[in-house]
Design a protein. Structure first.
Length: 177
């Protein structure tokens, strides 16, 4: 593989990783919002199921059904936000799958046109470019799963901090106990 293609594949991989980081930045927040909305819906549903039986059509029952409807609308909106965000990250990662071989062919075209590289060599170099580029872009391929994992870690960390505050333990002292 020519040296200029090694530099090109490294540069392309860095640019693609930066693009994914920029496009995918809101994903962790969107996942956390979806999880919070689902938890709120479960909470409202549980309260509605466990409530004392009151006369049908009462104001309290109407308010509970309205809060359940609002919670469901919020869950649907958060899922819509998640779908939009996943679509954006998918466009970056799958656009890469289409663009990487084209970039390699374009970079090899001048050498092919002047006759210093055969068509078979162009195909082999393009395949090598795509393989190296795929190996360097682990973050691009796994961004959604990583964002989901980080969102869960943040949720657990927030819970632990809240529990520490309830117990009156300073946030840094819990690890030692």
């Amino acid at each position: 593989m020519p040296k200029y293609l090694v530099i090109a594949v490294a540069t392309y991989s860095v640019l693609l990783t930066l693009a994914m980081a920029i496009v995918g930045r809101p994903l962790m927040r969107v996942i956390a919002g979806k999880n919070a909305a689902e938890a709120q819906l479960r909470s409202v549903g549980s309260h509605l199921r466990e409530r004392d039986e009151s006369p049908s059509g009462s104001q309290r029952e109407f308010d509970q059904h309205r809060s359940l409807s609002q919670a469901l609308d919020d869950v649907i909106a958060r899922w819509r936000d998640l779908c939009v965000q996943l679509m954006r990250t998918t466009l970056v990662s799958q656009g890469n799958a289409l663009l990487a071989p084209v970039i390699a062919w374009v970079l090899c075209a001048p050498k092919y046109l002047i006759g210093t590289m055969s068509l078979g060599e162009v195909a082999q170099v393009t395949a090598a470019f795509v393989i190296v580029q795929a190996a360097l872009n682990w973050l691009v391929d796994n961004y959604a799963g990583l964002a989901d994992c980080l969102s869960s870690i943040n949720r657990v960390a927030s819970l632990l901090l809240a529990l520490d505050q309830l117990e009156g333990i300073p946030p840094g002292d819990r690890a030692g106990s």
